[in-house]
Write a protein that binds this ligand. Structure first.
Ligand code: ZN
Ligand code: ZN
Length: 127
């Protein structure tokens, strides 16, 4: 019963939030709604949402795991200092990758998937 209320609240947070969320952030959002949950419970709920294909775990090589609602495919830029994540919706990247794919196929390489993120310093961390 209790876990149903929690999973519903978690789904709702993912649906209404733009951009990636960490488990600790999720806990804070739930707290603001008057709900409390153990980290392990939350992790299990998020895992289930990932398995259902609603949420995606981002492969960003950050100290904490980021999760984001599956919407349109896009990449991320990560600040190397504060680990702030920026969502990139630039289609130029996808178009470029398609060209890379056809280039690879000329070498007999069958390109299936890609996974990358951009790393740098955010405005605040440059000071
Ligand atoms: Zn930063
Ligand atoms: Zn994103």
């Amino acid at each position: 019963m209790r876990s149903t209320v929690l999973s519903r609240a978690v789904s709702e947070i993912f649906r209404s939030h733009r951009g990636p969320i960490t488990i600790p952030q999720l806990r804070e959002f739930l707290h603001a709604k008057g709900l409390s949950a153990h980290k392990t419970t939350l992790y299990r709920i998020v895992r289930r949402l990932c398995e259902a294909g609603m949420v995606e775990e981002l492969m960003l090589d950050t100290s904490v795991a980021y999760y984001e609602m599956q919407r349109v495919h896009h990449h991320h830029a990560v600040c190397s200092v504060c680990e702030h994540i920026f969502c990139l919706s630039d289609l130029v990247i996808e178009r470029g990758l398609r060209r890379v794919g056809s280039l690879l196929s000329r070498h007999g390489f069958f390109f299936i998937d890609h996974q990358f993120s951009l790393h740098g310093l955010c405005k605040a961390c440059q000071k």
